[in-house]
Design a protein around this ligand. Structure first.
Ligand SMILES: *Cc1c(COP(=O)(O)O)cnc(C)c1O
Length: 395
């Protein structure tokens, strides 16, 4: 019998260190309790330097950064935009804020990210598309050499949603540097957090200045409130920026902890019919934000999912994400299903979906995959129990 955790073991929660409070206090003491201040200036410079993008603007969240990226990319009502299919809805919702139509692109199996072959096929079907939004799933970069080449062939603008992949690398370059416009997030569950917050990065100084203006209600320089363009209240608070500033000193440490967790799962599952979320070792170093697992086809028991609930029929030696997530929850540990692909979402059911194969890769990964507790405060003994819970499902 596997014991219950007394204290819940989480998927991914904030991990504070003390410096966050120091910089928040500084904002308070100097009265920069606003969307202007030293913390904002410091993190914009720091993130630009770290990622290798010349300019950046700190915003209220990753979603607002994505919205401004979509506007900068010139998306107009009715336009089609190629988007990652298996991701959080925040990657694609901003396309719809601008009344454009997402076209969802299936994933490949080597990184679970947008499949270059499917993207190529999508350009054959929709040659007029001018914007591509790619998310780096669970901290693993997409195949940017191929994706950028295809975008260049079609004069399309690339937007990189690096909300989950801050600190990850592809061929020696940092995630958040591959698009013309790039987005990171400081949401509470990300690798570092501000409790909320996000950032837009680009080498194009004019674009970043435009985004900065839009994010502060689009005021023109005039002696009164003068407006020529639609504005938004999307700027980051200097208090939040203090949290981000403190956390930024620990990004490397957080990544190292996440990698230890990933490697321990890999070792623990060695003799189980399970593989972890894959990456290409020669080309990339993920930030290992979430450890995820995929159950071999032959070891899947029958699992039924309706729009809002799931059931399964137990078979010895076999399991499924529903059983494993139920067992984890019973033991007071938090797992999650893989992001349900956007083309399977009721809100997006009428949008086109392009796959390079007859069977959608993402439907299969969603069916057989799940996210494991990946909290960096999880102790080794606790992770060993999580591994035993998963093992017990295949008994
Ligand atoms: C978290 C996340 C976002 C949204 O970021 P927020 O800061 O929560 O708005 C966007 N895309 C992906 C892939 C994410 O995981």
């Amino acid at each position: 019998m596997i014991r219950q955790f007394e204290k819940k073991v989480w998927l991914a929660t904030p991990t504070m260190h003390g410096e966050e409070l120091k910089y928040m206090q500084e904002a308070y003491n100097t009265n920069w309790m606003s969307t202007i201040g030293e913390n904002i200036n410091v993190i914009e410079k720091k993130m630009s330097d770290y990622i290798g993008c010349k300019h950046s603007v700190a915003l209220s969240c990753g979603t607002s950064a994505l919205h401004l990226a979509i506007k900068l990319a010139g998306v107009k009502p009715g336009d089609k935009v190629f988007c990652t299919d298996m991701t959080f809805a925040a990657t694609v919702n901003p396309v719809v804020y601008e009344k454009a139509v997402p076209v969802f692109i299936d994933s490949e199996r080597e990184t679970w990210n947008m499949d270059p072959a499917a993207l190529r096929k999508a350009f054959e079907l929709y040659p007029d598309v001018k914007v591509v939004v790619v998310a780096d799933l669970y901290g693993t970069p997409a195949k940017y050499d191929e994706i950028k080449e295809i975008c260049n062939e079609h004069n399309a603008v690339l937007v990189e949603d690096a909300a989950e992949s801050l600190g990850a690398e592809y061929k020696g370059e940092k995630a958040g540097s591959f698009g013309t416009y790039n987005v990171i997030s400081f949401n509470g569950n990300k690798i570092i957090t501000g409790s909320s917050g996000g950032m837009l990065l680009s080498d194009d100084v004019d674009a970043i200045n435009k985004a900065k203006k839009w994010s502060t209600q689009s005021r023109e320089s005039a002696p009164w409130y003068q407006h020529e363009e639609l504005g938004y209240n999307y700027r980051m608070s200097n208090v939040i920026a203090g949290v981000v500033r403190g956390q930024s000193e620990y990004l490397g440490e957080h990544i190292a902890r996440k990698k230890e967790i990933y490697l321990r799962y890999q070792e623990g599952f060695r003799d189980l019919p399970i593989t972890l979320n894959p990456y290409i070792e020669n080309d990339m170093e993920p930030n290992f934000w979430l450890s995820c697992a995929l159950i071999d086809k032959e070891h899947m028991c029958k699992q039924e999912r309706s729009a809002t609930c799931a059931t399964y029929i137990k078979e010895s030696g076999k399991s499924c994400p529903t059983e494993i997530l139920d067992k984890l929850a019973e033991c007071n540990a938090e797992g999650r299903p893989i992001w349900k692909p956007m083309h399977m979402q009721p809100i997006y059911k009428d949008c086109p979906f392009v796959s390079a194969s007859d069977e959608a890769v993402n439907e299969d990964i969603f069916e057989r995959g799940f996210c494991l507790p990946s909290d960096i405060k999880m102790k080794e003994e606790e992770q060993n129990v999580v591994i035993e819970i998963v093992r017990s499902c295949f008994a």
